[in-house]
Design a protein around this ligand. Structure first.
Ligand code: 5RP
Ligand code: MG
Length: 218
């Protein structure tokens, strides 16, 4: 298993606040995400501004697209994103269109797994060329008490067996990472744990220490 990356999710309601956290954290993370909340608050400019602030980083547009895959992928990747998210409920046609645009930009589509989806869906995503998915515990589900469980881990393993690279997110803290030690994780995505930390760089370092302790240095 390769060592998981650390992704900073910026779910701020203003670009100024996101910029402040990027300045503190960009040297401590591998991937920077223009979060859904930030993009709905600030528009496409959020992606452009993060690309300008972090010219060398992988940038994700976490738009959870449900339709208009071609147009929205053109907007996201044209603004500087490397990866764009599409919600698992989107029609396969939307995912295919988005994937074609992402490929033309040497980028990728990530499928956001929320709510209802099936392993047949996952096989279809893989068949059309998508290689990444995000296993997500939603904010609201977490706030209602949803915990990570054996069923989540079993689903993650089955998705890996289909061939999808999995990122994991949803209220993660460094202490949660051992739960996922048997999973081949592409990236751990952390938002509030980093942005809300008293010492964000120290919290990023705590994530990396856990990742190295579990998955090694390679
Ligand atoms: C919510 C998201 C968030 O970006 C993701 O869950 C990471 O944020 P946090 O660590 O604060 O949960 O996409 O839909
Ligand atoms: Mg997000």
């Amino acid at each position: 298993m390769s060592r998981p990356l650390l992704q900073l999710a910026l779910d701020h309601t203003s670009l100024a606040a996101a910029h402040r956290d990027v300045a503190l954290l960009q040297d401590h993370v591998d991937i920077v995400e223009a979060g859904t909340i930030l993009c709905l608050s600030e528009g496409l400019n959020a992606v452009r501004a993060l690309r300008a602030q972090c010219p060398e980083k992988i940038i994700v547009a976490d738009w959870k697209v449900a339709d208009a895959g071609e147009t929205l992928a053109q907007q996201a990747l044209g603004a500087g994103a490397n990866w764009m998210t599409i919600i698992c409920a989107a029609p396969l046609a939307t995912i295919e269109k988005g994937h074609a645009v992402a490929q033309a930009h040497h980028g990728e589509i990530q499928i956001e797994l929320f709510g209802n989806w099936t392993f047949d869906d996952a096989r279809d995503w893989y068949r059309i060329g998508v290689r990444q998915a995000i296993y997500h515990r939603g904010r609201d589900a977490q706030a209602s008490g949803q915990q990570w469980g054996e069923a989540d881990l079993a689903r993650m393993k089955a998705l890996s067996d289909i061939g999808l690279e999995l990122s994991v997110t949803g209220g993660l803290q460094p202490a949660d990472l051992p739960l996922f030690k048997e999973i081949n994780v592409k990236a751990f995505i952390a938002g509030r744990a980093l942005s809300g930390a008293a010492n964000p760089a120290q919290t990023a370092s705590d994530f990396h220490a856990q990742i190295r302790a579990i998955w090694g240095d390679n």
